[in-house]
Write a protein that binds this ligand. Structure first.
Ligand code: HEC
Ligand code: HEC
Length: 241
């Protein structure tokens, strides 16, 4: 299927890397990650690292089609290829990420990450990569649950504001890079047209799954179900009269 991921120019790419590194540096992920299993790795932290260090080659959705991929041979691995990726143990992936092309025994552009990333962070990356090829089974219409606005506010600031803007207007620092722009949550008519379950599905499955921009990430497996209801409760506050 044809994706709608526009290719990023070099300067835009630089802006993106800068912004995402800021998010990694300043984000409250450790606080959010505290309750997650640390031995398994935290996919939310892993996603931020991926968007800083890996998407240029492997692509925003992991298909191996990042902005740098065109000039590379062999091509960056398609991390959404479930058949291939399921055959790899976590240890295999850890060796590949730590040791890069040398560990994969062939000449390629896959860098070696062990100098830059602690083993715990490589575990976080693997936890995220697993969600790319093995998305958790989707419940198309889960029962809507009440969300905690305060908790949702923290999740929004941490994971959504970079694109959707602190005030929810779709004007976050990274928004300029995307056409169509991130959704404007202050749009009252637009928000009234969406039920909580519609919002849930968009967040759970990502933009591509609902026929919209692939830059709207899929959060299934990255945020917990309750996190998604919390963030929905919060984004509703932007369109309250
Ligand atoms: C400069 C481009 C580039 C960057 C940046 C990059 N990769 Fe890769 N990656 C590649 C290429 C090319 C391959 C394919 C290597 C091969 O097939 O031998 C690859 C392969 C892989 C594989 C597959 C290993 C296997 O068993 O086949 C994994 C997993 C992976 N990369 C993860 C990552 C992660 C995680 C990051 C970020 C921390 C990252 N890559 C950053 C280019 C890149
Ligand atoms: C990398 C940028 C980016 C991030 C991060 C991001 N979004 Fe989005 N989001 C978008 C874009 C772009 C669209 C517009 C998609 C379109 O209209 O094609 C969008 C659309 C949406 C929509 C509307 C979908 C619809 O039905 O039209 C919802 C809901 C949403 N985002 C929620 C979130 C939440 C919640 C988060 C944080 C957990 C988040 N987004 C993080 C870029 C982003």
């Amino acid at each position: 299927m044809q994706t709608r991921v526009p290719s990023l120019g070099v300067s835009k790419y630089a802006v993106w890397v800068f912004l995402t590194s800021l998010v990694v540096a300043l984000g409250s992920a450790p606080a959010l990650g505290g309750t997650r299993g640390s031995s398994r790795g935290d996919p939310l932290v892993g996603r931020k690292l991926y968007m800083t260090h890996c998407f240029t080659c492997h692509g925003v959705t992991g298909k191996g089609d990042g902005p740098a991929a065109a000039s590379l041979e062999p091509k960056p691995r398609n991390l959404t290829d479930n058949l291939y990726m399921s055959g790899k143990t976590d240890q295999d992936l850890s060796n590949a990420i730590s040791g890069g092309s040398v560990a994969l025994h062939r000449f390629s552009a896959m860098p070696e990450w062990k100098q830059l990333l602690y083993p715990e962070r490589i575990r976080d990356l693997i936890a995220y990569i697993r969600t790319l090829h093995r998305p958790p089974a989707g419940v198309d219409r889960p029962l809507a649950r009440p969300g905690n606005i305060e908790a949702g506010k923290r999740i929004f600031a941490d994971s959504c504001a970079i694109c959707h803007g602190q005030e929810g207007r779709g004007d976050g620092p990274a928004a300029k890079m995307f056409g169509p722009r991130p959704f404007d949550f202050t749009d009252q008519a637009g928000m009234m047209a969406k039920q909580d379950q519609d919002l849930y599905f968009a967040i759970f499955a990502g933009g591509e799954a609902i026929g919209k921009s692939a830059f709207m990430p899929r959060w299934a497996g990255v945020l917990r179900e309750q996190d998604m209801w919390d963030v929905i409760a919060y984004v509703r506050t932007f369109s309250r009269p």
